[in-house]
Design a protein around this ligand. Structure first.
Ligand code: PLP
Length: 446
């Protein structure tokens, strides 16, 4: 029988109030592989830091969402929220799995069209659509969601110019229990503005109303908010049908379902607190059951973003150095900072070592290389001793990071996809100096 290696005793300063009954020590099992591919091999092939996406998880999540929703509603459409992650390879996986595109800008619209998504398979949101962008989308049959009266007038003007009638949807904002209102987008339901928009739209005679849209907010942990939302949308759809004889093609409930991350202010960890898609589906169906049943049932459209892609993404980072901070905590400097991992501002991300560790975990701050005090990847977690050159994996980072990341003092990392058969390939190469300085122009007098 071989004895475990000798470990010298050590004294560890514990921070009062740090542990609660849910706080766990990091498991002793290191995370050595992602979808069967060795982390060391990935770093050797593509460098550090490195974003890695799992195609298997992407497919599993969208399948789970579609199955849960389809059990509850006869016609379901998933429109992939581009702003959450518009890397070509990620969008192609979701489109291959049957998702349409949900875009919020002319640039995203162009991205979807370039990868072959037809206009009729695009939902176009957002408060800033130029005349040219709106005209293109309307002419290409996209589902344009009008955000404000000025945009309504613009769409009408385009329809007049084109001597035709265009179908459009309107975006609504409304109050749902437990969710701070995103009242800046769309027409408010409760104060009658939404009804005014319908009246104005129909009176103009150049636009038809095809759908209602409402995106409640994001990382909504309470499924009952969707019961309120869908119930209110259904009630409004009933009113429109009775008053104006309009039957809607779709009701779009936006996105907002939570991923398996843990918000900074959250008590329970994400793996315990995040509801399964089936609970959101149940709440939505209960709300939609308020539809009075006159005419065909509208399609339920979902614009789920982070809950589809977050769990599929990991960030591999390398330890640069260990330090002892004046307050006694260990500081670990990483080669990835908050400009790469924007979501570190919101989440207590799960971070795992990739090598077997020994010794006692101690309160540790993980911070990045930006030379700025805000550059904190994890503020105090119980973490084992790690050595410079060792790799760590930050989990559930697939949403919003590779769209909101900022180039700052160094290059943005490569992004890799691991396929379902274990093959891997670049989705985006690591930046080089020309990517940073390329758009610059030097004035002739300098
Ligand atoms: C209109 C719209 N739809 C969908 C989404 C996706 O939201 P989430 O990632 O929370 O699912 C967003 C995100 O802000 C949005 O603005």
């Amino acid at each position: 029988m071989s004895l475990p290696p000798y470990e010298p005793p050590s004294l560890v300063r514990h921070q009062p109030g740090f542990m609660n009954k849910f706080s766990r020590l990091q498991g002793r099992e290191p995370l050595t592989h992602l979808d069967g591919v060795s982390v060391e091999a990935l770093i050797a092939a593509y460098g550090s830091p490195l974003f890695v996406f799992s195609e298997r998880t992407l497919v599993d999540r969208i399948t789970e969402l579609r199955t849960a929703m389809s059990r509850r509603w006869p016609k379901v459409r998933i429109a992939w929220s581009y702003k959450t992650n518009y890397l070509d390879g990620i969008c192609r996986v979701f489109h291959r799995e049957g998702a349409w595109a949900e875009v919020v800008s002319g640039m995203e619209y162009e991205m979807a069209r370039r990868r072959g998504v037809p206009g009729e398979h695009i939902h176009f949101n957002g408060p800033d659509k130029s005349r040219a962008e709106l005209q293109r989308a309307l002419r290409e049959g996209a589902h344009v969601h009008l955000d404000h009266f000025d945009e309504l007038a613009l769409a009408e003007d385009i329809a007049k110019e084109d001597r035709t009638t265009y179908k459009v949807a309107i975006r609504l904002n409304l109050a749902a229990r437990g969710v701070p209102a995103w009242s800046r987008f769309g027409f408010n339901l409760e104060n009658g503005q939404a009804r005014d928009a319908v009246v104005r739209l129909l009176q103009g005679g150049h636009l038809d109303l095809s759908g209602l849209h409402c995106h409640l907010g994001t990382f909504i942990l309470e499924p009952s908010a969707y019961r309120d939302q869908a119930g209110k949308l259904a009630g409004f759809a009933n009113d429109i049908r009775k008053e104006f004889g309009v039957t809607l093609d779709f009701i779009d409930v936006g996105g907002g379902q939570a991923s398996h991350n843990t918000l900074k202010a959250q008590y329970l960890p994400g793996e315990q607190a995040t509801p399964p898609f089936s609970r959101y589906a149940e709440a939505l169906a209960e709300g939609l059951s308020k539809l009075d049943g006159g005419g065909p049932m509208p399609t339920l459209v979902l614009e789920t973003g982070r809950a589809l892609v977050d769990d599929a993404g990991s960030l591999i980072t390398t330890v640069i150095a260990n330090k002892r901070l004046p307050d006694g905590r260990r500081g670990v400097v990483l080669d990835a900072g908050v400009n790469t991992l924007f979501t570190a501002f919101w989440y207590r991300h799960d971070v795992l070592p990739t090598a077997t560790w020994r010794g006692i975990p101690e309160p540790t701050v993980l911070y990045g290389p930006l030379c700025m005090n805000i550059d904190v990847v994890r503020d105090t977690l119980l973490f084992p001793a790690v050595e410079p050159g060792q790799h760590l994996v930050v989990r559930n980072v697939g949403a919003y990071n590779v769209t909101q990341w900022m180039q700052f003092i160094t290059y943005r990392p490569a992004v890799v996809l691991i396929g379902r058969d274990g093959q891997h390939a670049l989705l985006r190469r690591r930046e080089v100096l020309e990517d940073v300085t390329g758009p610059e122009v030097t004035p002739p007098w300098l």
